[in-house]
Ligand binder design. Structure first.
Ligand code: ZN
Length: 370
């Protein structure tokens, strides 16, 4: 395989981050991805739920989906007052204090209007509702607004209306490099989309059919992955995700990816995880294992609803999740290597797995026989 370098990966993620894609209004990144897909020489399409799919045909019967959601969190317009101030509410797990005051983009039907996410002046007394935010209460979306200096008429002309999506402005979206780390908004999950693109560029004749899915609307309930997995028969689904670093979890920062055993939606499949661990071992890549809370993925949600018999979630350790995220570029590259090996070589070990004490649980993975 032709492995991407740290610098190339940083540039690829930067391009992806700069394509706005709030859940359900993902046209900008769709256009960019479709252009990219057209150069692959593989079958590609967009389904009715907005997922973008690359199918890489395999040598044997069987099908596995690898997903990376292309949508990002942000906010959604609730109302516009007669001064042209825009009220917004959360879209996915977004908090106003995480963004802070600064430039945001309102994706109107006809034009993008940049404004300032505003919380009000700090030089106030107890008479002002803002006083409590300084020492007592966390800032809520209902206490924030977007200042555009546009009249309601101008906003209407741009197609800014209730339901319009708000995201961090491109003005402050460009990622920042910290040695081997990339720091940026929306590494969740643009960095995983980069993994998907690198798999699409490298995979030729895998063991079974591989569907590489840039999934839609994950941040609002894995809507895209549920739609796709309900219609496409799959033997397994592997979700690519950020993995939150927190003192309560055993996960360490750095270049070792993380494989989840459990999250807030339930268990992942131990058999599938075993195969992914083998792929990592084969490439001598250390892999961390974890169970986490307050988290879900395309994988755990699709499995919970009975759309796939088994699911896994492979991620890279990430600081400040759903905020200004920081991740090791090497961990992201390791995810590409592990999945490439999984898709092209893991069947070699199938015979040994069959002989192991786990035999009964592996029988269903017949397609791995090759
Ligand atoms: Zn995510």
């Amino acid at each position: 395989m032709d492995l991407i370098s740290d610098n190339q990966l940083f540039c690829l993620i930067e391009e992806l981050v700069l394509q706005h894609s709030p859940s359900g209004a993902e046209q900008e990144i769709d256009g960019w991805l479709l252009e990219r897909f057209a150069t692959l020489g593989q079958e590609t399409w967009q389904d009715a739920a907005g997922n973008l799919i690359v199918k890489v045909p395999g040598k044997n019967p069987g099908a596995i989906a690898i997903t990376a959601h292309k949508d990002e969190i942000g906010a959604i317009v609730k109302s516009i007052d007669n001064r042209g101030r825009v009220e917004v509410r959360k879209l996915g797990g977004a908090f106003p204090w995480v963004y802070g005051e600064g430039v945001v983009d309102l994706l109107g039907d006809h034009a993008c209007i940049s404004g300032i996410l505003s919380f009000g002046s700090r030089h106030v007394s107890h008479e002002a509702p803002q006083k409590a935010q300084q020492d007592q209460a966390p800032l809520q979306w209902q206490n924030a607004w977007v200042e555009t200096k546009c009249t309601p008429k101008e906003l209407d002309a741009a197609g800014v209306r209730p339901g319009t999506r708000m995201v961090v402005g491109k003005h402050r979206k460009r990622p920042f490099r910290l040695k081997d780390y990339i720091a940026s908004y929306t590494l969740d999950n643009k960095a995983s989309v980069a993994i998907l693109l690198e798999l699409a560029r490298n995979l030729q004749r895998p063991l079974v059919d591989i569907y590489l899915v840039a999934s839609a609307k994950e941040e609002v309930g894995a809507i895209g992955a549920l739609y796709f997995s309900q219609r496409q028969a799959l033997d397994a689904l592997i979700a690519l995700e950020i993995c939150p670093l927190a003192s309560e979890y055993v996960i360490k920062e750095g270049s070792a990816p993380v494989l989840l055993s459990q999250d807030g939606y339930g268990l992942y499949d131990e058999g599938l995880n075993g195969l992914i661990r083998q792929a990592a071992t084969r490439r001598k890549i250390p892999l961390q294992l974890a169970t986490i809370n307050g988290f879900g993925s395309d994988g755990s949600i699709a499995m919970k609803y009975g759309h796939v018999p088994r699911a896994a979630c492979l991620g890279f350790p990430t600081q400040n999740t759903h905020g200004y995220e920081i991740a090791h570029l090497g961990a992201i590259i390791h995810c590409i290597e592990i999945l490439y090996t999984f898709c092209t070589q893991v069947q070699v070990d199938y015979e040994n797995i069959q002989k192991s004490q786990l035999k009964g649980r592996w029988g269903v993975l017949d397609f791995m026989k090759g």
